[in-house]
Unconditional design. Structure first.
Lengths: 328, 116
């Protein structure tokens, strides 16, 4: 039956995305030219896989949903045709299973994402308050508050919030020339303006919800690198690329406390390379391909589920001879 | 906070208010008191009773406080905690040396007449 095929296809699609998308995306050379495009594709992949599973569940559960039939015979006939195309043997059991699966996936995903988004909030607010108290100077820059603190540790970071805060330590400022400091400031402001912390929180949340799935396991680290490159790209539009690259090296020497030192050297080296030798900008055709991919990823699952319904509707409008219609 | 750090000794609300108003500001006693109570509640100030009034003291010096904040910042990381986003993450010494080599190779600085 059509509906079985469509649902099977959808599940296969979701499985393929969850298992193999990370590898495929990493090898898609076009995306290397634009960090923003990569981020969009990752977001679309995660949304698409969750959406697919949810839609499979909804489709399985549809026989349980009451179809409101209007008085017109036409609509009654449509409803009958829809039911026929969605009904499967063992309908009750699969319907219940479908509904349960949807609920489980949605609740779990929702819990993961919400808990990640909320967990940082309180800590950030407290940090922001403390920073404003110890700051040696503060001023408004580009919708955020820039704060200088007296510290021997050369550190620059941004603290998302309302408003966001950009922190420069005195040691960091001592290491940076004016153009370098301006470029770094632009990078941090880009993080705040583009709300990168939300993208990262969403990815971490889905990883928390579904930790054993390759797509969600790979996303947080991948997106962490990509948002840094995206902020670099944004800053490079209005500030000196080389200043930003040298600033990276100047500030790279600050220590970490018990943090993992592993991959950071490689990621920073990639950023320096990208700034010193920028990749060719993503042109018109490239942008169209990326946009089409993103839209396709999000829309395709919905289309696949709607196919049986569309088939039934079309069958009614163009009456099919009895020997060709599906058994009801 | 600046007043309390500067004096480095316990002060009453009135004393802080007088210090703050020594310029051309005129803050009300209740305003100063409310702010100081809030700061106490959030842990920035400690207090002890002296008769009917409270004497407030900064719980940490500015340096200590700043160091603690920077410590928190250093311990955080984008793909782990997500509280904040550092400009550049920490790296090992060999990686840092390699990075310095890379930048020298990619951006020869002191070549006169070199454009871009």
């Amino acid at each position: 039956m059509i509906s079985y095929a469509a649902l099977g296809l959808l599940l296969a699609y979701a499985t393929a995305v969850i298992l193999w998308a990370p590898t495929l995306v990493r090898h898609w050379a076009l995306l290397d030219r634009s960090a923003a495009a990569s981020i969009a594709v990752w977001k679309a992949l995660m949304a698409s896989s969750v959406l697919s599973v949810v839609l499979v569940g909804i489709a399985l559960a549809s026989p349980k949903l009451p179809l409101t039939t209007s008085l017109a015979a036409l609509l009654q006939a449509c409803a009958r045709a829809l039911r026929a195309s969605y009904t499967m043997p063992g309908g009750q059991a699969t319907g219940a299973l479908g509904a349960a699966a949807v609920a489980a996936v949605l609740v779990r995903a929702g819990w993961g994402v919400t808990s990640e988004m909320w967990s940082g909030r309180r800590a950030r607010r407290q940090q922001a308050q403390a920073l404003h108290l110890v700051a040696t100077s503060q001023r408004r820059v580009g919708g955020a508050v820039q704060v200088h603190v007296d510290s021997a540790v050369p550190l620059v970071y941004c603290l998302p919030g309302r408003p966001g805060t950009v922190v420069f330590t005195s040691a960091a400022l001592a290491r940076l020339s004016d153009p370098q400091a301006a470029a770094v400031q632009a990078h941090e402001l880009a993080h705040l303006r583009r709300r990168h912390h939300l993208v990262l929180a969403g990815a971490r949340g889905l990883y928390r919800a579904f930790p054993y799935l390759p797509l969600f396991r790979a996303a947080p680290a991948e997106l962490a690198r990509l948002v840094e490159m995206d902020a670099d790209d944004v800053a490079a539009r209005t500030h000196n690329r080389e200043a930003l690259a040298t600033a990276l090296v100047q500030l790279a020497a600050s220590p970490s406390l018990g943090g993992a030192l592993g991959a950071n050297g490689a990621a920073t080296a990639i950023r320096v390379r990208r700034l010193a030798r920028p990749p060719r900008r993503l042109d018109g055709p490239g942008r169209i391909v990326v946009a089409a991919t993103v839209m396709g990823l999000v829309v395709a699952p919905t289309l696949l589920v709607a196919l049986p319904g569309i088939g039934a509707w079309a069958a009614h409008l163009c009456p099919v001879p009895p020997w060709a219609s599906p058994a009801s | 906070m600046r007043v309390l750090w500067h004096q480095a000794e316990p002060m009453s609300v009135r004393a802080v208010m007088e210090d703050l108003n020594s310029g051309d500001r005129s803050l009300a006693y209740t305003t100063v008191m409310t702010v100081m109570e809030n700061l106490h509640r959030k842990g920035f100030l400690t207090r002890e009773r002296l008769g009917r009034a409270w004497l407030y003291c900064a719980s940490q010096s500015r340096e200590q406080h700043t160091a603690a904040l920077m410590g928190e910042a250093l311990a955080s990381g984008a793909d782990r905690e997500g509280t904040l986003l550092r400009f550049v993450e920490a790296m090992s010494l060999p990686d840092l040396e390699r990075l310095q080599g890379l930048i020298e190779e990619l951006l020869p600085r002191s070549q006169p007449g070199a454009e871009e």
